[in-house]
Design a protein. Sequence first.
Length: 108
Amino acid sequence: MEISLEGWNIVDTDGAEWFPWVGTAGEARAKVLGSADGYTVVLVEAQPGYQGSPHEHAFAEFHYLVSGSVRNQGVAMKAGDGYAAAAGSTHADFATETGATYLVIFKL
């Protein structure tokens, strides 16, 4: 099999631009690390006090906590933890008191 980049979206993170990651409180920024078939991989840096906006997942969402800690759906998460949220699930609670860096994969 030959090496091919067809269907690949490989992103140089140093060249990817940060943009605001809006929630209901606090500040966060994000950069897209790749996308394919409607799914997007995003690196997020959330400052202490950041809270995500409540929403319903139209598609599955995947999350990996790189550093810091978050409270997700009432569950305390530390670096190295992750979650998968099924399509149709609701996301009513996401916040960090310490600040956090995480990867999230989702489809809009």
